[in-house]
Design a protein around this ligand. Structure first.
Ligand code: PGA
Length: 251
């Protein structure tokens, strides 16, 4: 397997000028131990420019947490793919479960965002995952499959080859409850096989990250699985030591 491992930090709506500078200083100091890992940080929009400046010349890439499907004009409060590119973003998270649940982003809108990100030159990180109710009802694969199919239907399967998928069971996000390595691997394998049914080459190539209460202590076990190509990290990405422990595990 030749897929590169990725660790992406989703800072969500956290941080200040001061805390971000010290967090990045800490991460930069430990980056040598992550030389085989793609390391990405996704700050709140207003700090993207600052983070880009603070990470210039390092191996740390910058991502946004959201983008607009519009390109420019009268869309108060929105941010376009061109603006993200203009400020040093390489990646953008689309369809995080918090945006799906709290801001009512539909599968269709998320698929549209995926396409707009790619068209603008960004690498989308597509989040998919089931709620606890859905898992208990035994429909995890149906839900994850539906979320994935929306992107394939709109953008074509080839659009997944140069993107990133993050499987994030909603019940594991911010709860301290991680999916077991086996539970995660099972869904990752399902995602890859679903893509392989349409295009085996794309399935082999696409990076599939796991997200949901990843910590230094459980990262090795999770990342050891064949279909898990790294992690999307929330809470633990806000502490340099914790984040670096995960990057080192990935390495
Ligand atoms: P968590 O969040 O690591 O705090 O569970 C993951 C995410 O929401 O991407």
């Amino acid at each position: 397997m030749s897929r590169r491992i990725m660790v992406a930090g989703n800072w969500k709506m956290n941080g200040s000028n001061e805390s971000i500078a010290s967090l990045l200083a800490g991460i930069k100091a430990g980056m040598d131990a992550a030389d085989k890992t793609t390391v990405v940080v996704c700050p709140p929009m207003i700090y993207i420019h600052k983070v880009q400046e603070l990470t210039a010349g390092t191996a740390i890439s910058v991502g946004a947490q959201n983008l607009s499907v519009e390109t420019s004009g009268a869309f108060t409060g929105e941010m376009s793919s061109a603006m993200l590119m203009d400020n040093g973003c390489t990646y953008v998270i689309v369809g995080h479960s918090e945006r799906r649940a709290l801001y009512h982003e539909s599968d269709m809108l998320v698929a549209q965002k995926y396409g707009v990100a790619r068209a603008g030159g960004l690498i989308p990180i597509l989040c998919i995952g089931e709620t606890l109710e859905e898992r208990e009802a035994g429909i995890t694969e149906q839900v994850v499959g539906r979320q994935l199919d929306a992107v394939i239907a709109m953008e074509g399967v080839k659009a997944l080859a140069d993107g990133v998928i993050a499987y994030e069971p909603v019940w594991a996000i911010g709860t301290g409850k991680t999916a077991s390595p086996q539970q995660a691997q099972d869904v990752h394998a399902f995602i890859r096989s679903r893509i392989a049914e349409i295009d085996a080459g794309v399935a082999e190539k696409v990076q599939i990250l796991y997200g949901g209460s990843v910590k230094g202590s459980n990262a090795v076990e999770l990342f050891a699985n064949e279909d898990i190509d790294g992690g999307l990290i929330g809470g633990a990405s806000l502490d340099a030591e914790d984040f670096l422990a995960i990057c080192t595990a990935a390495n």
